[in-house]
Ligand binder design. Structure first.
Ligand SMILES: *[C@@H]1O[C@H](CO)[C@@H](O)[C@H](O)[C@H]1NC(C)=O
Ligand SMILES: *[C@@H]1O[C@H](CO)[C@@H](O)[C@H](O)[C@H]1NC(C)=O
Ligand SMILES: CC(=O)N[C@H]1CO[C@H](CO)[C@@H](O)[C@@H]1O
Length: 355
């Protein structure tokens, strides 16, 4: 009798593990391959070889790029150098890449591990760059002021908070005000992100200001990219492993209420918003298995989607770029400026195309 019970329990246990494994394969879209789609005239950017995690293009054509992320379980081609922030002026015919110097006595450049970034420009045209940083596997937000003349970043402040334990991306709504996504849950390094493999959807979004910090949305299966509409009324959140983009209405008191979600057949990563048209440009992973379990022989593909009219009944989704990883591996972000498209990746190269 006891043996029978043990066998039944073993059977139930194994089938649960099997189901979880199948569910995981589905969540990472493990069976998807891509057919190539390419705009004309694309070329790789030479100086960007070790990742261009996140980027933001200002209305004046200056592009800020975070590069060199070290993230648990994700490949890095340059694991021993600190990360950096790069600048490109997309008004140039053939834009070059410049590394921004960092000044400010309290900032430790050697442990800089930049992740999501966001900019904020105030009424006096001062430009602030907010950067999610993971020094020694911790999570902080670094506030910098951009010194345009010197082409450098002046470090002003490090922001830490217990509601910001595993930040991924942020969108600034003021120099010290932002919404941020916590992509997974556990603080314990040994348990780190197991809830993600189990699909417990404990990832959440926080509103931060110096006077108030609170959770404004929760229950995500890996909340990733976050951005805001040009009129500031809607917040977009990419739920990576549920293959969804959520639209939230933002209220005057900074709370968010869900409005709608769109489903995709790809892992939606970072979201850029075209300031002129309001279109969303999304860097995607068609097959997440290849990102989480990197194999140079069978590299992760890249995919870029453009979403027009997201608030209407029938948003238009266009696949603008798709490639099997021979050219570009693991696209995470895509952003446009004056008919040009810049595509970044987690740890690989960056591509610049004419649309
Ligand atoms: C924030 O504003 C919204 C919309 O006006 C309202 O429904 C909500 O109750 C407010 N929440 C808080 C915490 O003040
Ligand atoms: C990827 O696409 C290229 C060009 O279309 C092709 O030559 C190559 O064999 C493909 N690689 C894989 C792994 O499918
Ligand atoms: C800004 C942002 O969302 N960056 C994300 C881009 O994609 C990578 C890979 O998943 C994320 O880790 C970044 O946080």
């Amino acid at each position: 009798m006891g043996k029978l019970v043990a066998l039944v329990l073993l059977g139930v246990g194994l089938s649960l593990v099997g189901e979880m494994f199948l569910a995981f394969r589905e969540r990472v879209n493990a069976s998807r391959e891509v057919e190539p789609v390419e705009p004309e005239n694309c070329h790789l950017i030479e100086e960007l070889e070790t990742g261009s995690e996140d980027m933001e293009i200002l209305p004046n054509g200056l592009a800020f790029i975070s590069s060199g992320l070290k993230y648990p379980g994700i490949k890095s081609f340059n694991p021993n150098s600190p990360g950096k922030i790069l600048l490109m002026d997309l008004n140039e015919e053939d834009p070059t890449v410049l590394e921004l110097g960092i000044t400010g006595s309290k900032f430790d450049v050697s442990s800089f591990n930049p992740h999501g970034i966001s900019t904020f420009t105030d009424e006096d045209n001062a430009m602030y760059l907010l950067v999610v940083n993971h020094p020694d596997a911790k999570s902080t937000v670094e506030l910098f002021k951009f010194q345009e003349e010197e082409k450098s970043l002046l470090h002003l402040k490090t922001i830490r908070h217990k509601l910001l334990p595993n930040l991924n991306d942020i969108v600034a709504v003021g120099p010290e005000h932002f919404y941020g996504t916590n992509d997974h849950y556990f603080l314990d390094p040994y348990l780190q992100s197991w809830e993600m493999y189990l699909g417990l959807a404990w990832s959440y979004v926080v509103y931060y200001s110096p006077s108030e910090v609170r959770v404004v949305a929760e229950g995500f299966d890996f909340a990733n990219g976050i951005n805001i509409s040009p009129d500031g009324k809607y917040v977009y959140i990419a739920e990576l492993l549920a293959h969804k983009i959520h639209v939230y209405e933002k209220h005057a008191n900074w709370t968010l209420t869900p409005l709608k979600s769109l489903d995709f057949n790809t892992l939606v990563d970072n979201i850029s918003v075209d300031p002129e048209t309001g279109d969303l440009w999304v860097g995607c992973h068609p097959n997440g298995m290849k990102i989480f379990f990197y194999d140079s022989e069978n590299p992760p593909a890249s995919e870029v989607l453009r979403i027009q009219n997201i608030l209407t009944e029938e948003p238009k989704v266009t696949q603008v770029y798709a490639e099997n990883g021979t050219v570009l591996q693991g696209s995470t972000v895509a952003s446009v400026y004056k008919g040009k498209l810049l595509i970044g990746t987690v740890f690989h190269k960056a591509l610049y195309c004419e649309l």
